[in-house]
Design a binder for this molecule. Structure first.
Ligand code: ZN
Length: 193
């Protein structure tokens, strides 16, 4: 029987999601009290290297911490919520694009991209809107369980913008509603369930 490379396994296993580095550090400092999610043994979790994202610019940015269980030798990742999981893209970049789209009188993706200081190419922006469009019902269902939506005239009846407005309302006290969603529900904004 063959197994996928360890690195690939590590990427696929989602551990706790933190909003700030301080929260992640507090978890690490108390890791002796946490049990392994696979074998349930307590106090056997080791640091196994930092988890970085490589940006298109070549810059590497800390995204979390890899953890290895000394008992069962399985690993998982403590993640920071400010990146979309599995992608080297910050939630705030996607949020800024959605914000520019929501504020326009006539929502246009090329114009929104222009106004958001162009973090992506136009093809990438369209790809992101498509990815998000596939999971809108999952996001709305998760949000509705905690924050019932309020109708808004500004979203112009576009499902994507309605969902963004719902995210903004749900996490009104947070600077980035997408990161806050990943932290609150402990899953990716692109999770399809
Ligand atoms: Zn274990």
């Amino acid at each position: 029987m063959s197994f996928p490379p360890v690195r690939q396994l590590m990427r696929s296993l989602i551990g706790p999601v933190f909003l700030t580095l301080q929260e992640l550090q507090a978890w690490l400092d108390n890791r002796g009290r946490h049990a392994c999610p696979f074998c349930d043994s307590a106090g056997r979790l080791w640091r196994n290297g930092k988890y970085y994202a490589k940006q298109a610019s070549g810059e590497t940015i800390l995204r979390g911490q890899k953890i290895l269980c000394a008992n069962c030798r399985r690993g998982f990742i403590l993640r920071l919520a400010d990146f979309v999981f599995g992608h080297a893209v910050r939630c705030e970049e996607i949020g800024r694009l959605l914000e520019c789209l929501a504020q326009a009188d006539q929502p246009s993706i090329p114009r929104a991209l222009e106004r958001s200081a162009k973090p992506f190419s136009i093809a990438t922006a369209y790809r992101w809107f498509k990815k998000l469009s596939l999971v809108l019902s999952v996001i709305r269902a998760a949000l509705a369980s905690r924050h019932p939506p309020r109708p808004s005239a500004s979203c112009q009846r576009r499902p994507l913008l309605e969902t963004y407005e719902h995210l903004r309302q749900a996490f009104i006290d947070q600077p980035c509603p997408l990161s806050a969603y990943q932290n609150c529900f402990q899953k990716s904004i692109l999770a399809n369930a």
